[in-house]
Design a protein around this ligand. Structure first.
Ligand code: SF4
Ligand code: SF4
Length: 445
C-alpha cells in the first residue's frame, strides 16, 4: 500500500520503542487526590460545587453557558477539599477543584444513548454534556467542531492516528487495545456530520495496525464507508494542514479550518471518548497517556483519572533518572516545558516526556547564518528566516505579512537550524504579542 505525504517536515528520532510494547495499565496513586482544572478547553467554566461537597465519579463539577465550552466532571468519588489556583502544565496556574477519594466508587454517569436513532441535536448535546474536547491537541470542544456552519458540507472525517511526536505511543496502544471503540466513535461522528467517508490515517511506522483497524471496520459493517490509509512517517504528519494535504490533496487556506475544505479531523482518543459517552453514558473523566523519555527508567502507557498529579505517579508508577533535565507535558516537538512534575493530567495530555541532557536542547541561542534550511523544513511553506528577522527588529506587522499568524508552532525550523536560533519559541511569543495587541484594541473601543 502506498504512503502519502506532504512537502517539508523533518525526521527526528522516533524513540517509540521505549514504550510501544507496554499495554495501557490502570494507575491511581495512593495519595488518592485529584486536582481537576475547572476549564480544560473552550470558554472559562465556573465551579458547580463547593468545599465539603460529596461528589461522584462522572458528576458535573464545572460548566459555562457559552456555546464554545465543555463542562468538567469529577473523575473520582470523594469529597471536595479545596477550590484554588494551582499549577498546571506550561508553568501556569489555573483554578482547580481538589477532590479526595473516599473509596466508595459511586458513579453518576448519563443514561446510554443509541446513536443510531437519536437526532443530530441530541447527539451533539450528548457530546457536549460528556465534556468531550479534542484529545490530541488544542482541546477544542468537539460538539462545536462537529457542527460547522450550514454552508460547509462535511464530506470526510479523518481519524488522526498519525502520532508523529517522538516518544508518544498512546494512540498506537489504543489502536491495538480498543480498535472497535475507535471505529464506533468514527461512525458516530459521520452520522452527526452526514460525512460520506471516514478515513483513519496511520503513519507507516504503524503498518501492523492496518489489519487490526480493517478487521474492526468489517466486523462493525462499515466496509463501504470507512477505510484506513498510510502516510509517510514524517513530522508533523499529524498536523491538520499536513494530514489534509497528504490524504485529500487539499490545501487548508491561511486562516481557514478543515471544515472549509469539507472535512473534520479527530484524534482517535476523542473517538473512543465519543463511543463511551453514547454506549456507557460516561463523560470524559479518564485519560490514557504515555510516560516516556530517556530520563524515565520505567516507560509506560497508563490510564489515570483526569486530575491525577504527575508528581504522585513518581515513584509509585514510574521511576525517574536523577539527571532529568527537561520535563515536557506532551512530546518534545510541540509539548509544554514544565518546571517540575506538580501538574495534573488533563483531557489533552497525551504524554509526559522526561529528557536527559543529551536529549534536551539546552544550548544557548546562536545567530542566523542564512543557510535557508528552516525554509525547506517548514511544512506550510513559510519563510521562518524572514519572520525571525522582522521579529528581532520589532517589525511585528512585517512578520505578520510573512505569515507569523499561520505558523503552526511545529518546531521543524528550530530543529534544523544550525545556528540554534530559537525560532519557534520566538514565533510563539510573537503570536501572543499580536493577540494581546488585538485584545487591547478591542478592549479600548
Ligand atoms: S535555519 Fe537558522 S541559520 Fe539557517 S536561515 Fe534559518 S534561521 Fe538562519
Ligand atoms: S514552527 Fe512555524 S515557521 Fe517553523 S516550521 Fe513550523 S510552521 Fe514553519
Amino acid at each position: 500500500m502506498r504512503s502519502f505525504t506532504f512537502k517539508g517536515g523533518i525526521h527526528p528520532p522516533e524513540h517509540k520503542d521505549l514504550s510501544e510494547n507496554y499495554k495501557i495499565e490502570k494507575a491511581f496513586p495512593s495519595t488518592k487526590l485529584v486536582s481537576i482544572p475547572v476549564t480544560q478547553g473552550g470558554a472559562p467554566n465556573q465551579p458547580l460545587v463547593k468545599v465539603g461537597d460529596l461528589v461522584s465519579r462522572g458528576q458535573k463539577i464545572a460548566q459555562s453557558d457559552a456555546f464554545m465550552s465543555a463542562p468538567v466532571h469529577s473523575s473520582i468519588s470523594g469529597v471536595v477539599k479545596k477550590i484554588e489556583m494551582r499549577p498546571v502544565a506550561g508553568n501556569m496556574d489555573s483554578l482547580c477543584i481538589v477532590i479526595e477519594d473516599d473509596g466508595s466508587d459511586r458513579t453518576d454517569f448519563m443514561e446510554p444513548l443509541n446513536p443510531e436513532n437519536c437526532t443530530k441535536e441530541e447527539a451533539l448535546a450528548r457530546i457536549r454534556e460528556a465534556g468531550i474536547v479534542g484529545m490530541g491537541g488544542a482541546a477544542f470542544p468537539t460538539h462545536v467542531k462537529l457542527n460547522p456552519p450550514k454552508d460547509k458540507k462535511i464530506k470526510y472525517i479523518l481519524g488522526n492516528a498519525a502520532e508523529c511526536e517522538p516518544y508518544l505511543t498512546i494512540d498506537y496502544r489504543t489502536i491495538l487495545e480498543s480498535s472497535e471503540k475507535i471505529i464506533d466513535g468514527l461512525f458516530i461522528e459521520m452520522k452527526i456530520t452526514e460525512a460520506e467517508q471516514g478515513i483513519i490515517v496511520l503513519e507507516d511506522n504503524k503498518k501492523n495496525c492496518l489489519p487490526i483497524l480493517q478487521t474492526a471496520i468489517e466486523k462493525l459493517g462499515y466496509k463501504d464507508s470507512m477505510s484506513v490509509v498510510l502516510v509517510k512517517t514524517k513530522y508533523p504528519q499529524g498536523g491538520e494542514k499536513s494530514i489534509v494535504k497528504a490524504v485529500l490533496k487539499k490545501e487548508i487556506p491561511a486562516g481557514k479550518l478543515p471544515a472549509d475544505v469539507g472535512c473534520v479531523i479527530s484524534n482517535i482518543g476523542t473517538m473512543c471518548a465519543i463511543s463511551e459517552a453514547f454506549r456507557e453514558g460516561k463523560p470524559l473523566i479518564d485519560r490514557a497517556l504515555t510516560l516516556s523519555g530517556g530520563a524515565c527508567q520505567t516507560q509506560k502507557n497508563v490510564v489515570v483519572p483526569i486530575g491525577t498529579l504527575i508528581s504522585d505517579l513518581i515513584p509509585e508508577v514510574i521511576t525517574l533518572d536523577k539527571n532529568v533535565k527537561k520535563i515536557i507535558s506532551g512530546g518534545p516537538m510541540m509539548g509544554f516545558s514544565c518546571a517540575n512534575t506538580s501538574f495534573p493530567v488533563v483531557k489533552n495530555t497525551s504524554g509526559v516526556t522526561f529528557l536527559t541532557e543529551k536529549e534536551a536542547d539546552l544550548n544557548p541561542e546562536g545567530i542566523c547564518i542564512g543557510c535557508g534550511r528552516c525554509v525547506k523544513a517548514c511544512p506550510i511553506r513559510l519563510t521562518p528566516v524572514m519572520m525571525i528577522r522582522e521579529l528581532k527588529a520589532n517589525n511585528i506587522e512585517s512578520a505578520k505579512k510573512y505569515g507569523l499568524m499561520d505558523c503552526i508552532e511545529c518546531g521543524c525550523c528550530s530543529y534544523v537550524c544550525p545556528g540554534n536560533v530559537k525560532l519557534v519559541q520566538r514565533f510563539r511569543m510573537g503570536k501572543q504579542t499580536v493577540r494581546n495587541l488585538m485584545q487591547n484594541k478591542t478592549g479600548s473601543k
